[in-house]
Design a protein around this ligand. Sequence first.
Ligand code: AGP
Length: 599
Amino acid sequence: MEGLGRLEYRGYDSAGVALVDDDRVATAKRAGKLTNLREALAENPPADSATAIGHTRWATHGGPTNANAHPHRGGTEGKLALVHNGIIENFHSLRQSLLADGVEFTSETDTEVVAHLVASAYADSGDLTRAMQDVVGTLEGAFTLLAVHADAPNTVVAARRNSPLVVGLGDGENFMGSDVAAFIGHTRKALELGQDQIVTITPDSCDVINFDGTPSEGKAYDVTWDAAAAEKDGYDTFMEKEIHDQPHAVRDTLLGRTDENGQLVLDEMSITEQDLRGISKIVIVACGTAAYAGMVAKYAIERWTRIPVEVELAHEFRYRDPVIDENTLVVSISQSGETADTLMAVRHAKELGARTLSICNTHGSTIPRESDAVLYTHAGPEIAVASTKAFVAQITASYILGLYLAQLRGGSFGRNAAEVLEELHGIPAKMSDLLGNLARVKEIAYFMADTRSVLFLGRHVGFPIAMEGALKLKELAYIHAEGFAAGELKHGPIALIEPGQPVFIVVPSPSAENGLHGKVVSNIQEIRARGARTLVIAEEGDDDVVPFADEVIRIPATSQLLAPLLTVVPLQYFSLQLSSAKGLDVDQPRNLAKSVTVE
Ligand code: AGP
């Protein structure tokens, strides 16, 4: 249950456990939050057991009901229990053939089909590992499966394809989970697994085979996140903790990026420098907040490398016929490294011959494992569903990539990489100052608790930040919010402005190029003249905005391309506070899961 509690953020509309007790398997499962399951177990305590599996669910096939909650039993005697993450794409045909064999189902899920298949295979072979191996070969789609059987005591067998699974190696005990948070309270020795692998654990053994039965072994590593790192550090919510963790996330992502000669290096690079010099286009693929990090990165990478950069929503890129070749570098950005849309986009890119690089926050996850090169962010475990510290770490990592490519390819900018890195190293301190001055943002949020619509405007790198600010408000406060490019106002959106309409405006530094600052100040005037309530995010000392601002939220002065790392912070904090003011669940907003591992 402790492990399930730490995994709840991955999806939480039902939960359940199964325990092997002598010659039977006891199960308990409940729809709703984990507390419902805890109550059920308190009412009917199961017998003690040292062999158990558990699951928190984010519904895909079948609604969030007790019957559809995992574990699902298989076999006529119900001696097998199984839990599953992912989607079995051919489950309809498998279910039909089981129904034809007289199997009776108690749920609508694809998971129960697998439970019956494994139970049937076990009846044939009497070996749970062999049974799992016989079944996974018939499954199409993405899955992590864990199974126990009353006749196979002290044993848990798991299988994974395109879905997360990691092993925890303890002393006289072993664990498996979707990520290390499930067992870091018990062991920090972990085993990273590859694609299409089956793991069999007992208290004293851990055996890994490939789906074809050939022996294999995972890649051992030590988990640096201790239990405390995933706790709240005294904040009310994980999100608030993680917003305040952002200086560390930037700082840690910058750590160890240069060699003894001050040259930038990447984590795992199996693309040759020659190939990187030949890159003629970069395409960034990501979803949600990660996509907005990519939009920010575009401005910096194009400026520093003169390589054209396209930013594509992964689920759009995946289903169109993009112009990609071996001189294209496809950069995926993903906190979890398991987002199915992004994973499929990376695979699509590889099929088209592109080089692939993953910017990811989760070591050992699927997307970096399937990419040619990896640049890990070091934001630590991000528990809140709404991404904050991972976002600023993604931007930081994108800057590192841009500077690395500029350095590699020479050109006018290559020489200045050190200057930008120097300024980047100064961002955490500026963030800390800013985080200490957000009291007014909280007051504004509580004052606006009943607002029904908020608009966000930004220009240049402020535009993706406006989009991210709107997304935060949607996913946390469940109200209509929309981000616009400030220059787009007069092309339609200004019709939305009416007296009292709250509008956040992200203002470029007065030192920004191309007169962008003055243009945005004009935008503020235009909407203020029509009655908008202007909430302006502006650099310290920028007095031009004061006559047209109902509120001015100050950020420390920084250069134009690095400003997003700071301008996003008040918007994150505003959404957190508005959600709290409305009494909503900040860390686990409705309908959302932390990692969307299905397409
Ligand atoms: C951000 O607050 C959301 N939780 C969501 O948009 C998220 O960024 C997106 O699903 C991508 O997730 P990933 O970074 O794990 O791939």
